[in-house]
Design a protein around this ligand. Structure first.
Ligand code: R5P
Length: 317
């Protein structure tokens, strides 16, 4: 690999505002690339400036439209590689297709591994991701990966609204580790809800382990899509005497039905989330958005300078 000379930040179509904010944090102009589509739907990408020997960071959360955003990122990587970028880092503030990360039924795919393979074969030399659905996905890559956390960005606001002795709640067993890491920062107690997924849009929360009576609770999760998990968990917390319920979610992917469900769930005070994926509507204050541009920008700067990234896990604690 040629020695990388300068940082170049490029945005895919998924989230230009976040890319712009990251570039502003770094004090560099956003690079010139304009992904477009042919009339038949094929994606076309051309870098409209010299990319040779660039340390290129391609920013694209693979949120909805997931397939288009993923394909566009792969095509951008291919174009950057053929334009002789010295190093190509795919920055996925949200890594889609991550929930299918194991073969837990017969004849199903492991899409998280498939996407890891696609990114690598396209030509990515390094990956930056944030709050992957499961930590093990890091091992699906044989190229360097920096896994960042939204927790240091969300924690200061959470501390303000939750007060001194909250209960951090995992809405299912898979989220227990994440909830414990929030507990390390926020203090207070810990509880976990037993969740059963009935189908892609319906979940049932059946049991609560932990004492939440008269407590302000915060449910922590990597993502919400239909709001089913959060609403079911909030309901069981209220049934068990919780005073207030907040949610801290790294990636708020609510579809229209999810938004309506959240609005119809008075048990949830607010979802606190990030701009890792575009957020167009705060639903009258029901959604609070904190920016992850500084943490992504700082990670990019440190990677370019060959400095440690791990200290970013602890800022603002
Ligand atoms: C599941 O394991 C994830 O961490 C989320 O809890 C889940 O994907 C959220 O989906 P929904 O909002 O549709 O319940």
């Amino acid at each position: 690999m040629e020695e990388a000379k300068h940082i170049c930040v490029y945005s895919g179509s998924a989230h230009p505002k976040l890319s712009q904010d990251i570039a502003a944090y770094l004090g560099v102009p956003l690079g010139k690339v304009h992904p477009t589509k042919f009339p038949d739907g094929e994606i076309f990408v051309q870098f409209e400036e010299n990319v040779r020997r660039a340390d290129a960071f391609l920013i694209q959360p693979t949120c909805a439209p997931t397939n288009d955003n993923l394909m566009e990122l792969l095509i951008m990587i291919d174009a950057a590689k053929r334009a002789s970028a010295a190093r190509i880092t795919a920055v996925l503030p949200y890594f889609g297709y991550a929930r299918q990360d194991r073969k837990d039924k017969p004849r199903v795919p492991i899409t998280a591994k498939l996407v890891a393979n696609l990114l690598t074969v396209a030509g990515a030399n390094r990956i930056i991701a944030m709050d992957l659905h499961s930590q093990q996905i890091q091992g699906f890559f044989d190229i360097p990966m920096d896994h960042l956390y939204a927790r240091p960005v969300l924690a200061p606001y959470l501390k303000q609204v939750l007060g001194p002795d909250p209960v951090v709640v995992a809405p299912d067993s898979g989220s227990a580790k994440m909830a414990m890491s929030y507990g390390d920062v926020l203090g207070g107690g810990f509880a976990v809800v037993a969740k059963r997924r009935i189908n892609a849009t319906t979940v049932a929360s059946s049991h609560l382990v932990g004492d939440v009576r008269d407590k302000v609770c915060v449910i922590t999760d990597d993502l919400t899509s239909t709001a089913g998990t959060l609403c079911a968990a909030a309901r069981i917390l209220k049934e068990n005497g919780a005073a207030k319920v907040y949610c801290a979610v790294s990636h708020c992917l609510l579809n229209e039905a999810g938004k309506q469900k959240l609005l119809a769930t008075p048990e949830i005070e607010q979802i606190v989330t990030t701009d890792a994926v575009p957020q167009h509507d705060d639903l009258g204050g029901k959604i609070k958005v904190v920016s992850v541009a500084p943490i992504l920008g700082e990670a990019i700067r440190r990677i370019h300078d060959g400095k440690s990234v791990s200290s970013l896990f602890y800022i603002n604690h």
